[in-house]
Design a protein around this ligand. Structure first.
Ligand SMILES: [Zn+2]
Ligand SMILES: [Zn+2]
Length: 401
């Protein structure tokens, strides 16, 4: 994308959040300088737990190893919502050159989870100071969003039994959208992430005497082409799916037909029906190609992350909060979903809720997330934190005498 206008025109920054702006930047830079990866976020978790305690919250640690939940209760209402941020960094060598650059070689906050953690901490501090709600807010800091499914582990460990939120909300910074904007939609916003491994076993032979063997290379060349017909020939044109073969492993030398070939790749979908159809067709194509060349083949198909699917009602609530902070002109209520995947999907399978994108772009050249030159845009900290406070106070309204 290019030519993104800058729209940093927030309208309703919560005053207690605005007062935290310098402190938020300091927290964010501290977290950025000390990135930790999946299930090893011990220093980060301790930082979060200390801050939450200092704001007066009840703090629970050790969920999914390094997860933290802060509980803030006010008034008498027996209702609760969950707000979620992620703690982990990525295995990337940082190339930003900023003063708060990573001190942990090979690890980097390249997805902005340092900013997410900071915004949720600031929301907790502001809400604790304001006490302008009736009910309970759970501040959920999950480990291992990247690859390892820390959100799934938290849900499996009984997150919502211990902290019975009626709905759960998530947010991710989005450098492809202008700073000061939000986007969300009911239904899928991020895709399901599946992986597959296909192993075909033929019969090795001298390459000059190919008639004595069963060549798995031929299997692969036909299977890879045929797998691309699933999306083009089997899916309804309105449905979306991606089938990508990303690895082919076989052969060692010039004159030997190898015995075996291994294909690996990923499948992305938005609906479980399409996901099931792709897996079924993949197995059919692999069986057929193996039969065609008189060999055997196996498919290992693993469903890693489900699609991130927002519920109707909670998406409307999230829109209300975003509009209250940045104005309707800066809220995109029908963004094009992305096929990247998000661990928050597991929480959305357990509870209704909404995951939103927070625009963080500073122009067309803003590095995107997972880029070694990416850095969270500190100017949106107060916007995201104000969204959290506004959403929570709207969803847990105080009954005024
Ligand atoms: Zn990421
Ligand atoms: Zn992320």
């Amino acid at each position: 994308m290019s030519g993104i206008p800058l729209r940093v025109t927030p309208m309703n920054i919560v005053p207690e959040v605005a007062a935290l702006d310098a402190e938020m930047r300091a927290w964010r830079h501290h977290l950025h300088a000390h990135p930790e990866t999946a299930f090893e976020e011990t220093v980060t978790a301790a930082f979060v737990a200390d801050k939450l305690r200092s704001f007066g919250l009840e703090v629970h640690t050790g969920l999914a190893k390094t997860g933290v939940v802060g509980v803030l209760q006010s008034g008498t209402a027996d209702t609760a919502i969950g707000l979620r941020a992620d703690l982990d960094a990525l295995h990337i060598h940082e190339q930003t050159g900023v003063a708060h650059c990573s001190r942990n070689p090979g690890r980097m906050h390249a997805c902005g989870h340092d900013g997410h953690t900071t915004m949720l901490l600031a929301a907790a501090k502001a809400m604790a100071a304001r006490r302008n709600f009736d009910g309970t807010a759970y501040f959920i800091f999950q480990p291992a969003e990247e690859n390892e499914g820390g959100g799934r582990v938290m849900v499996e460990e009984g997150l919502f039994d211990r902290f019975p939120a009626r709905a759960v909300y998530g947010m991710h910074n989005w450098p492809r959208m202008p700073a000061g904007t939000f986007a969300m939609r009911a239904g899928p916003l991020m895709g399901a992430y599946d992986i597959f491994e296909i192993v075909a076993t033929g019969k090795g032979a001298h390459a000059a005497m190919a008639y004595q063997g069963k060549d798995p290379m031929l299997f692969a060349s036909h299977a890879i082409s045929a797998l691309q017909t699933i999306v083009s020939r089997n899916l309804h044109p309105q449905d979306a799916g991606v089938v990508s073969v990303t690895q082919v492993h076989a052969g060692e030398t010039w004159n030997v037909i190898p015995e075996q070939i291994v294909l690996r790749g990923t499948v992305r979908t938005f609906s479980e029906d399409v996901q099931a159809l792709i897996e079924r067709r993949m197995r059919g194509i692999v069986d057929g190609a193996a039969a065609m060349f008189d060999m055997t083949a196996t498919v290992r198909y693993e469903r890693r992350y489900p699609a991130t699917v927002n519920s109707e009602r909670e998406t409307a609530y999230a829109m209300d909060a975003a509009v209250a902070v940045v104005g309707a002109a800066n809220v995109d209520t029908n963004p094009t979903p992305e096929m990247g995947s998000e661990d928050f999907a597991f929480m959305l399978k357990a509870r209704p809720g909404c995951y939103v994108w927070l625009g963080a772009g500073q122009g067309p050249d803003t590095p995107n997330i997972h880029n070694p030159r990416y850095d969270f845009n500190d100017d949106v900290l107060r916007i995201g934190a104000s969204y959290w406070v506004t959403l929570a106070e709207q969803q847990l309204p105080r009954v005024r005498a």
